[in-house]
Design a protein around this ligand. Structure first.
Ligand SMILES: Cc1ncc(C[n+]2csc(CCOP(=O)(O)OP(=O)(O)O)c2C)c(N)n1
Ligand code: SF4
Length: 274
């Protein structure tokens, strides 16, 4: 890939810096990939609305020079749905932590996917509640440690890709912070896609998940993303099915988009009245 000079400072809200993230947190890498994606797409920042809930991940909405709404935990997609419905021409981008998206926000997540509303959801999956001190989330998985599971967890995890696909998202992808260039490409594709798009980005929390689960520092955790993930359909999966696949799992541009469908309802209602 040719080296590209970026000018993402224009897309950042510098008055909100320094950021709150711990050294080595993966969320800053996600922010970097997101801004580069927006720059490459040459989007007008005044036509982007970012809604976010609460969490270390959700703080991202403060650092972008777009319209932004920092709302309540788990409700970012509900706010985004309202904005998109009122102004369908705007680009809605919703960064969420795994707790925000799939614990408290799980119901909003599956229904936004079911409606196939044109919103880009970025699930920053660090498998833990980072902001509140390392409680386990629905993405932590079985036999892991957390502040609320000092011995081990007994809950099974959701697979973000499978749940998104089953609920009806029309674009679904997964990558990691180690694969920052791949992340730019997937975010670009997700934003360009008309319909509900999900990009899961595995994003390290060295402070809580890494420390409790003995995964080492941030650099080690990113090495693990390199070692433990493979491109979709890799032959390595035959030998080791525990490897995590990266790539685009669903890309269905034909799926009817919710706001467009609603426009049809409005037209029918107007005709009925005439
Ligand atoms: C209604 C409500 N319940 C709980 C909380 C407390 N809370 C704030 S952030 C958070 C979870 C954060 O985890 P996640 O969404 O995975 O993001 P991360 O901080 O790991 O990036 C919780 C439980 C809250 N702010 N509001
Ligand atoms: S607690 Fe974890 S998720 Fe939150 S800023 Fe620190 S490293 Fe990142």
């Amino acid at each position: 890939m040719p080296k590209k000079e970026y000018n993402v400072k224009n897309l950042m809200r510098e008055r909100f810096f320094p950021h709150i993230w711990c050294p080595g947190c993966g969320h800053g890498i996600v922010l970097g990939s997101l801004l580069r994606a927006v720059e490459e797409l040459e989007l007008d920042p005044t036509e982007i609305v970012m809604t976010s809930g609460i969490g270390c991940s959700a703080r991202i909405s403060g650092y972008v020079n777009f319209h932004s709404l920092h709302t309540i935990h788990g409700r970012a997609l509900a706010f985004a749905t309202g904005v998109k419905f009122a102004r369908p021409q705007l680009n809605l981008i919703v960064p969420m932590g795994d707790g925000d998206a799939l614990a408290i926000g799980g119901n909003h997540f599956i229904h936004a996917a079911r409606r196939n509303i044109d919103i880009t959801a970025i699930v920053m999956n660090n498998r833990i509640y980072g902001m509140t001190g390392g409680q386990f989330s629905p993405l932590t998985g079985y036999d892991k440690k957390a502040t609320t599971a000092p011995y081990f967890t007994i809950d099974n995890e959701f697979d973000v890709v499978k749940i998104s696909k089953a609920a009806g998202a029309s674009f679904v992808a997964r990558t990691t912070t180690f694969h920052a260039v791949e992340s730019i490409d997937l975010i670009k594709r997700a934003i360009s896609h008309k319909g509900f798009s999900v990009v899961e980005i595995l994003s390290q929390c060295p402070t809580h998940y890494g420390r409790k689960n003995k995964e080492g520092d941030a650099a080690n955790m990113m090495e693990l993303y390199k070692e433990r993930t493979v491109p979709m359909g890799s032959k390595k999966l035959e030998k080791d099915p525990s490897l995590i696949e990266r790539g685009v799992f669903v890309d269905n541009p034909q799926a009817p988009e919710y706001c467009e469908q609603y426009e049809k309802v409005i037209k029918s209602a107007r005709k009925g009245r005439a």
